[in-house]
Design a protein around this ligand. Sequence first.
Ligand code: C5P
Length: 239
Amino acid sequence: MQAKDRIILALDVDSEQEALKLAEQLSAHVGAFKVGMQLFNSAGPQIVDMIHKLGGRVFVDLKFHDIPNTVAAAGRVITRLGCHMFNVHAAGGREMMKAVAGASREEAAKLGSTPPITLAVTVLTSISQQELEQDMLIPGMPVEDVVVKWAQMARDCGISGVVCSPREISAIRNACGPDFKIVTPGIRPLWAAANDQKRITTPRDALNLGADYMVIGRPITHAEDPVQAAKRIIDELEG
Ligand code: C5P
C-alpha cells in the first residue's frame, strides 16, 4: 500500500460545498475521505457519489447499531453506494456483525464489485473505566481488555477490522493477526496543534505500532496549505 492510501481525511464539515472543495483539492493526496454523521446527514448520501466523481474513495462513518436485520439492510444500501469502508458498533453483538458482514459481501458480489472494508467500533475512546463499570455494567475488566475481546469477536464475525485508539493498536494487532485492518484517529504530526485530542500519536508512530489507516482531520483541513500538509505527512510515513 502506498503511504498516501493510508491517510483517511476526516471531512468534518456540514456543507456539501466545503466538503467538495476539500475533496477536489486533496483527492490525489489522500487514500479516502471520511464522511461522518455531520456531513452525511446534511448533504445526503449523494455526497458519496460526488466524492467518487472527484476521484476520491469514501469511508462512510455512521456507526450502525440496531437489530441484525436492520443493520444488514443498511449495510446493503451503503455497499451499493460503492464506498471503500463503513462501520458498525461491536456492541450491537455477534449476530448483528455476522449479518452485516455477510450482507455487504453478498451485495458486492451481486454488483460484481469489491466488497467494502467493514469496521467495528469497540469501546468509544470517550468512555471511561468508571462509566464502563458503573453505567454499562461491565465490571472487573480493564477497558483495554474489553476492546481486544470485542475486536476478536468482530473478526470472528467476518468484520474486516476495527477503528481504535493508537494506544490499542499493538494489543489488537497481536490478538487479531496481520490481516485484520486497523484504523486509528488521534493522529498529530509533531508540527500540528493537538486541538481537543488528548492522547495523540504521530503518523509514523501509528504506522510503526501496526496501524493500516489513519484518520486525520484538522492537521490537514486547518493547515494554511492543506495539500502541503498532506504531502508532509506522506513524506513522514515514507521516511
Ligand atoms: O481533526 P481530527 O484529526 O482530530 O479528526 C479526527 C476524526 O476522527 C474526527 O472525525 C473524529 O470524530 C474521529 N475520531 C476521533 N477519536 C475517536 C474516534 C473518532 O477523533 N476515538
